[in-house]
Design a protein around this ligand. Sequence first.
Ligand SMILES: C[S@@+](CC[C@H](N)C(=O)[O-])C[C@H]1O[C@@H](n2cnc3c(N)ncnc32)[C@H](O)[C@@H]1O
Length: 231
Amino acid sequence: MSDSVEKRHRRIRSFVLREGRMTPSQQRAMDELWPQFGLDPNQALDLEATFGRQAPATLEIGFGNGDSLAQMALAEPERDFIGIEVHGPGVGHLLLAIEKHQLTNVRVYRHDAVEVLERCIEDAGLDRLQLYFPDPWHKKRHHKRRIVQTPFADLVAQKLAPQGHWHIATDWQDYAEHCLEILEPHSQFKNTASQPPFIERPEWRPLTKFEQRGQRLGHGVWDLLYQRCAT
Ligand SMILES: C[S@@+](CC[C@H](N)C(=O)[O-])C[C@H]1O[C@@H](n2cnc3c(N)ncnc32)[C@H](O)[C@@H]1O
């Protein structure tokens, strides 16, 4: 395929990779802990073999520095957690948290989440999918980069077990409204809010790093919790 043809066929990604430098401890974590906790995006994921048990699986897309994911994994040892992030220093940071808290219920992908979902995750294999503070892509001409789109929602529906949950949080009202436009008419998802469309932040979702920065800037937060239909 020529360069220009390849460019035209290249998928629009929800991220731009700006590889910050890893700290020496993050680099050590990558060297020493990745072989144990890192997952291969080119292979189907066997959850039972990976975690050595049968447990409900939570997958988090774009975990940032992973502090809130590590807190959740510590608070819910009966669940297994799969984190996906493209930003290397964030992956190193999460590995350090896994080591510090001796977590056995977390594994990590350093790859595009859309490709991981497509290639690695079994249909109906997930109990919960978390998308906290996805890149907002503020400008209208960039809205096509937002990860929440109808084909992505179809993919999430395919990977969630019947009655599994998709939890989204954003501090950008326009993104929250964009999610409603995609998900309210989607035949596979039901909004679970008692006073729709938004829910209060559940106490099991710790504040994320990005959210704390937003709070300092006076941003609001919108939480959406959808359930996959039973069939
Ligand atoms: C705005 S940050 C929020 C990080 C974190 N959830 C928080 O709240 O602190 C969005 C993150 O999603 C990651 N990201 C965006 N698209 C992604 C994709 N397709 N696959 C994996 N990670 C992605 C980015 O690298 C970035 O770290």
